[in-house]
Design a protein around this ligand. Structure first.
Ligand code: SAJ
Length: 426
């Protein structure tokens, strides 16, 4: 177990070459206060850890120190206010001496679909001067296999005296946006150290605020596990999307088909949609295909199919517009329903719906389009229209995201409706 200093003042004390901390609490420094870093920092603070949250964006730091949040996540605002006002969480532009350092920054991919770990590297460099014997260094950012070992090498190159004296581990997050507070505490986690002692230390750390099981492994397996989870979902969605294209040609209702096939006790097909978006499932499989191009055939194909599905939806929309013009001798008014990457959120990252809207509007530059996204108030590119008004006013309605609001709309025989995401599936 971590041992803590019982002296309740702000000074550090040293005992048995370990660093102990103020107010009887372990101190952890989170680098990156985004969709995962901020909620994790808040939950850890709520469980009595002293937390320093670091972000390079001064507005983010300022917002959090006012007890507010810059992301949308149900219930998080209240928790943030609570831990900040009780002095358990402080945001800062710079790290501070701590017992544990967590790297929770984005890992984007390049135009060639190569993972870019430069943020993880520079976040690691910012904590390098603060590291001391006995500290724990954890990477949570989704990373290609071998990243934790690579960063351990970097740490030991820059701070050779820390070799075998600090603990280094990888622990991916698995929370679903919208349900983050519950899942951060209750989901099982996979924890892999660069050695057994590091794994054990990291398990002790997460035990303080995670109720789910903590599964021990090595760093490479933990890294691959995160990529595997999201690739697995991508492959399963690709199967559903491929089925939807086949069914369109065969004149079969894909939603009914999947419901029926899923009555088999060992079949569980996911739902087709307008493609796969977000910054996880649409990205992480590339971290495998970039490093294992020959071996990752299904994973690469699934990415291709899910990207193609968005292109297919755009083509189908454009063809429907042309058919309307031919039949009625005028341009239709077209409602494009939803631009978020999935239902009931405001997140547009890697959104297939946004891609479809952009592509269709570019192809019909003089077209009459009503863009709908009930989860955001305004957008810097698209002029947004209320969903009921758009549904009433348009001739052609294209459902791109199955937001709850859309499900309450009545079916209209006087409209041309393209339902790519099963709004009317029942
Ligand atoms: N989608 C479908 N059909 C489905 C399910 C999803 O088309 O049946 C689409 C969604 O519309 C969306 C995309 O897939 O465009 C991804 O949505 P999602 O809800 O499957 O996943 P994310 O990206 O919000 O979160 C995923 C989760 N991973 C898995 O379920 C394996 C989450 O647990 C991870 O923590 C998260 O990625 C992450 O951060 O990696």
């Amino acid at each position: 177990m971590f041992e803590y200093c019982v002296a309740g003042d702000l000074s550090y004390c040293y005992k048995n070459k370990r660093t102990f901390n103020y107010l009887n609490r372990m101190k952890a420094c989170f680098i990156g206060l985004g969709y995962i870093g901020l909620p994790t920092a808040i939950i850890a603070a709520q469980h009595n850890l002293a937390i320093i949250g670091v972000d390079i964006n001064p507005r983010v730091v300022e917002t959090i120190n006012q007890g507010k949040i810059h992301i949308v996540e149900p219930g998080l605002q209240e928790l943030c206010h609570e831990v900040v006002s009780k002095g358990k969480l402080k945001a800062s532009l710079k790290p501070e001496v701590s017992d544990a350092y967590l790297i929770v920054v984005p890992t984007p991919f390049t135009a060639d679909h190569e993972p870019d770990i430069s943020y993880v590297e520079s976040a690691t460099r910012t904590v390098l001067p603060f590291l001391k014997e006995g500290d724990l260094f954890i990477i949570e950012s989704t990373s290609p296999v071998g990243t934790t070992e690579k960063l351990a090498d970097l740490i030991f190159l820059e701070r050779p005296k820390l070799k075998d004296k600090i603990y280094i581990a990888y622990c991916p997050e698995r929370v679903l946006p919208g349900n983050v507070i519950y899942e951060l505490v209750h989901n099982d986690r996979v924890i892999g150290g660069i050695d057994n002692q590091s794994t054990e230390k990291a398990v002790e750390f997460y035990r303080q605020f995670v109720k789910g099981e903590l599964h021990k492994t090595n760093a490479r397996t933990a890294e691959m596990c995160k990529l595997t989870e999201n690739s697995s979902r991508d492959v399963q969605i690709a199967f559903a999307n491929e089925l939807s294209i086949i069914c369109d040609k065969a004149g079969i209702n894909v939603w009914e088909l999947i419901d029926l096939a899923n009555k088999h006790p060992r079949v569980n097909i996911l739902q087709p949609g307008s493609g796969v978006g977000g910054h996880c499932i649409a990205v992480d499989p590339y971290f495998i295909t970039a490093d294992f191009p020959m071996e990752s055939q299904i994973i690469a194909k699934a990415r291709e199919i899910n990207n193609y599905k968005a292109f297919w939806c755009a083509e189908k929309t454009q063809n429907t517009i042309k058919e309307f013009e031919l039949e009625y001798g005028r341009e239709p008014k077209v409602a494009l329903m939803g631009i978020a990457f999935k239902p009931n959120i405001d997140d547009l990252r890697e959104s297939p719906a946004k891609y479809i809207v952009t592509k269709v509007m570019q192809a019909h530059s003089n077209g009459d389009f009503l863009i709908v996204e009930p989860n955001i108030n305004n957008h810097n590119v698209f002029k947004l229209t209320d969903y009921k008004k758009a549904y009433n006013d348009a001739d052609v309605i294209v459902f791109l995201v199955a937001h709850d609001e859309f499900k309450s709309l009545p079916w209209r025989n006087d409209k041309v409706i393209l339902d790519f995401c099963g709004v009317f599936r029942k």
